[in-house]
Write a protein that binds this ligand. Structure first.
Ligand code: SAM
Ligand code: ASE
Length: 345
């Protein structure tokens, strides 16, 4: 049986090396390892993978064997040759062609989020996001920093979409939204959640409201969403009139902003909302005492290094919503990373 010292030694070593595990996953994703193996007619030798990717034979073999140990890939060593193939996990979540692919969020975390986390200690010191240190861009306007180039905006939008490929259905089904035929998804980005909404609720129409550059990018790169029951509207949710709706959705919006900006946005939504209308907030909920779940705490630190917000407890959302005039606030955990809060005007 493992002694207490061995347990803590193992725990410390796992945490210490955790960043290397992330980098193995990110690098294999960026190089296209999971795509090559998913598309190959059968398992491949490391030399064949190296040839297919244009990578070094030595580096490729090390990366592949590490992926096998991490259960990201499988290896067949029969016949004295090592042949590498996809695992259930890599086929489902890592190959770009899978409908539940997490490829783009992994690239985003690798290229942007990871670099901000390199300055976590400084973020804790000054309580601010780290765009200046990570990328040399000013950080006063959070979304000017997030969208610092056309490529970054597209990668962010694709990354945000990936999460809803897996969890969108669960968050939209947390409450029965059929009493709300006209929905407005504020900061709805590519329209990924809007698509889940119309597929779950046959009678409903969703207006995706976002800033002009995002709507234009959505129209250009996410064209399948321009269907009869999803439409787009350009505007700034802090300044411009909000579209009419029975239900407003704020998915991963409030966690980007300070309590003051949240109050301002919620007051505007309350003003636009008809009496009896609804507001659905989709966020990762902290436990009541704020000390878990660990995934949500890590997301909250993510907001510290990348935005001006944080993740919040149900009581904190209740307080924000009540202050804006909403009533009948219900919080529902989904068991996944994101939860749902429904309120009425
Ligand atoms: N709701 C989407 C989701 O859950 O995947 C996107 C969440 S993303 C973290 C925040 C979204 O808010 C982005 O699409 C961003 O463009 C949008 N946004 C930021 N500031 C905005 C503003 N002032 N007016 C409208 N949309 C804004
Ligand atoms: C935001 C969400 C994210 C702003 C910046 C972000 C995410 C990464 N960077 O609203 C996605 C959620 N976090 C993770 C770790 O998946």
């Amino acid at each position: 049986m493992a002694s207490a010292e061995e347990d803590s030694d193992r725990l410390l070593s796992d945490y210490t090396n955790g960043f290397m595990v992330s980098q193995v996953l990110f690098a294999a994703c960026e190089l296209g390892v999971f795509d090559l193996l998913a598309e190959a007619p059968g398992p491949l030798s490391s030399a064949a993978v190296a040839a297919g990717l244009g990578t070094s034979p030595e580096g490729t073999e090390l990366l592949l064997d590490t992926c096998v140990s991490l259960k990201l890939l499988r290896v067949d060593t029969g016949g004295g040759r090592a042949l590498y193939g996809s695992s259930e996990l890599s086929r489902r979540y890592l190959a770009r062609s899978s409908p539940t692919s997490q490829h783009h969020i992994l690239l985003y975390l690798a290229k942007t989020t990871y670099l901000c986390w390199g300055h976590l200690a400084q973020a804790v010191r000054d309580g601010k996001n780290q765009y200046v240190r990570a990328f040399g861009v000013p950080s006063e306007e959070v979304f000017a920093a997030i969208y610092r180039s056309d490529e970054e905006r597209l990668l962010f939008m694709r990354g945000m979409q990936d999460v809803w490929r897996v969890h969108g259905r669960h968050v939209m089904a947390a409450f029965d939204l059929s009493p709300f035929p006209l929905v407005c998804d504020l900061g709805g980005c590519s329209g990924a959640l809007a698509r889940e909404c119309v597929s779950l609720y046959p009678g409903c129409h969703v207006t995706v409201f976002d800033i002009p550059e995002v709507v234009q990018t959505a129209r250009k790169y996410f064209p399948i969403l321009e269907e009869a029951r999803v439409s787009f509207c350009e505007g700034d949710f802090f300044k411009d009139p909000l579209p009419e709706a029975d239900l407003y959705v704020l998915a991963r919006i409030l966690h980007d902003w300070s309590p003051e900006k949240c109050a301002q946005l919620l007051a505007r939504v309350h003003r636009a909302c008809r009496p009896g209308g609804g507001l659905l907030v989709i966020e990762s909920l902290l436990d009541a005492d704020g000390r878990g779940p660990v995934t949500t705490q890590l997301f909250s630190l993510n907001m510290l290094v990348q935005t001006e917000g944080r993740e919040r407890t149900p009581a904190q959302y209740r307080a924000l919503l009540a202050a804006a005039g909403f009533r009948d606030v219900q919080c529902r955990r989904t068991g996944g990373p994101y939860d749902a809060v429904l309120a009425r005007k």
